[in-house]
Design a protein around this ligand. Sequence first.
Ligand code: GDP
Length: 416
Amino acid sequence: MAVEITTDLSTVRNIGIMAHIDAGKTTTTERILFYTGISYKIGEVHEGAATMDWMEQEQERGITITSAATTCWWKNHQINIIDTPGHVDFTVEVERSLRVLDGAVAVFDGVAGVEPQSMTVWRQANKYNVPRMCFVNKLDRTGADFYRVVETIVSKLNATPLVLQLPIGAEGDFIGVVDLVEMNAKVWRGETKQGEDYVVEEIPADLADKAAEYREKLVETLAEGDDETMEVYLEEGDVFDVPTLKAAIRRATLAGNLNPILTGTAFKNKGVQPLLDAVIDYLPSPLDVESIIGHSPKDETVEIARQPSADEPLAALAFKIATDPHLGKLIFVRVYSGKLEAGSTVLNASNGKKERIGKVYQMHANKREEIAAVGAGQIVAVMGLKETKTGHTLADPQNPVVLESMTFPAPVIEVA
Ligand code: GDP
């Protein structure tokens, strides 16, 4: 049985994908799971697989988002995708999911731009200081206008967008993006089939001026959001190499000073791989967020801080209860500190009851994996908890902490 004690938490990303209903959250998530599935199982992809039609793939591998949290891998990083409901009716659920993720990708419809529900979720994410990137999706649609959507991100969300890509071609002729960090073009040639990678080319001649203009804007915006960049920029101009620029974008994004913007069409499989790269490059790891603060179960006025390390006493937050058709009741938890071990006894510090941890699962796109123990930074599903509800803290009985007391009700959701 796997033991998932990730000691290098810098390689973990706990992210949510948030969107107005219909903007493409499901499609984007499915494509992420598809591409990460390929990269994870790269040795197993036989020749025909990469050109197989998406629907066939989907049926064959059963890729759907069936879980409140799904774990996948991309370029030696573990990405846990936490489901963030798109309906405003689920505001409470959105808030709850925002508490357990470290960063988010906001997906916008390339035609509709920023819609009312996106504004609601965006504000909620502001409240929890969640660093965010944007993905302007559906660029293949008639009437899609990347630049207009960027404008609405400013006017309606009051955000500071950092445009990292420009679209190449429009609507049905949208073929790829200009990468303003690497100053090249990433183009999906031919009929894009699932699994197809992009080709790196020179920036098309007719976009050269625009790319230069937006590169300048990128560096200026970045300088305003990052002092280190500003100092160099004022002295020497745009002398930034790719790693320096990426590090600066990461700093400014984590500080909440700006929001990197990427684009593409999830449905037509253009733009998803660069989006995954950006998740790794620019969104926080569990180490980048402040240590979690709770209080003593005996005295609410006594604050306790826990570092994101497996060596600390256990502190984990139950954030969702789900019913799985095969496993029954599952409780999704985020482990903030310490280790959560199958078969161990922990204290539910919120109600004072001892609980035995049954089986622990990491949920994947098309399977679930039983795990003996997980460490800080991880998100897993736990079986066997009897008295634990959404919002409760599971803690080390010797060193208990209550992470927070969420007051809203805990609905049981069905997992398909
Ligand atoms: P969600 O409600 O945000 O989860 O949106 P879905 O992913 O279910 O997408 C809503 C609809 O838009 C579906 O019919 C998708 O097939 C379609 N869709 C998603 N992404 C794209 C895209 O990039 N281009 C086009 N043309 N349609 C898309």
